[in-house]
Design a protein around this ligand. Sequence first.
Ligand code: TXA
Ligand code: MG
Length: 348
Amino acid sequence: MNSSHNPQKTQSIQKRYQEPISLPAALDLLRSGEVVGIPTETVYGLAARIDSENALKKIFHTKERPFFDPLIVHVSSLEMVRPLIQSWPPIAEALSQKFWPGPLTFVLPKSSKVNPIITSGLETVGIRMPNHPISLELINSLGIPLAAPSANKFGKTSPTQAQHVLKEFHHHVPVLDGGPCQIGIESTILEIRNHQISLLRKGSILKSDIKTTLQQAGIPFEFVEKQENQITAPGQVKHHYMPSVPLILLDKNLSLESLIKKIQAELSQLPDQVEGVSINKPKGNIQGVVELQLPRMATESSRLLYSELRNCATKNADIIFFKIEPYHFSEAWAPLMDRLTRAASLRF
Ligand code: TXA
Ligand code: MG
């Protein structure tokens, strides 16, 4: 991490969690202002109550996340949304009816009640209702929305199982087990301003799904590109979701031998860090070469992507490679290719 972006670390948390915790234990911890790993249908989140500044800061410290990167607020009802925003546009109403609870985040002008730590000082707040019975019950019982980024160290691969969260934080963060995530990649993020929509992050709800839903509801809308220079979502940071072993994307037909030669030559020219995220480079000769293999169906591949990346990284690999095929250029594969591209150190 670049030190100018690195929030000061708090004292290390002493308690160790060998196993996931129960829902009542998670509730107690959240009430007392602690962070807890929670399951959602997309990826596991690192949650804290939104009304405690200390609890919110713990999220950034635990993740080693820069404070310029805003958090998504998770709600369990529409009533919870109202106090957080200035108004609820017809686009949000129509899309929430169709897709909530689900993997869709709205970025809307915020009310003064939202702590600026959540929004990194932006005038907008990201909100979603996750489609997971455990997180819905948790938020509902707490009666307070939860801010939750993905439960991984900043820039690293997102967790899709409770065990991933335990490992990521060396058993120092408590986690609720809700099974493997059914969607497997992060929510689609839409910024809505009156009738204008910007797609800030691709997810399993596609642009075509959004268009069809709004057309059917008879709501006027226009997709616009978010202007440069405004703080971008780190989903848009070039290097993100990175596994502990370098991932290489391959467009071309190269023999394994010439591939390794090329990689060896180019890796040594890569910097150690890009945008505050360290890039793992093989030391010495490349010997362990592991292929990331994913099924053809985009929905199935999304579910498997992050756990497969983690598996590949444990197989004595010096590098992981992924072969790009023509079907990877379809709309359904676009969110996956977005993650793979950002997770990759090189592309040939
Ligand atoms: O599926 C998900 O969205 C998961 C689960 C846990 O809900 N959460 C997640 O959070 O992916 P995180 O923090 O890893 O990514 C959230 C993204 C960040 O890129 C952040 O910049 C963006 O949402 N974001 C949040 N609030 C925003 C805002 N007001 N304006 C622009 N981007 C925002
Ligand atoms: Mg994340």
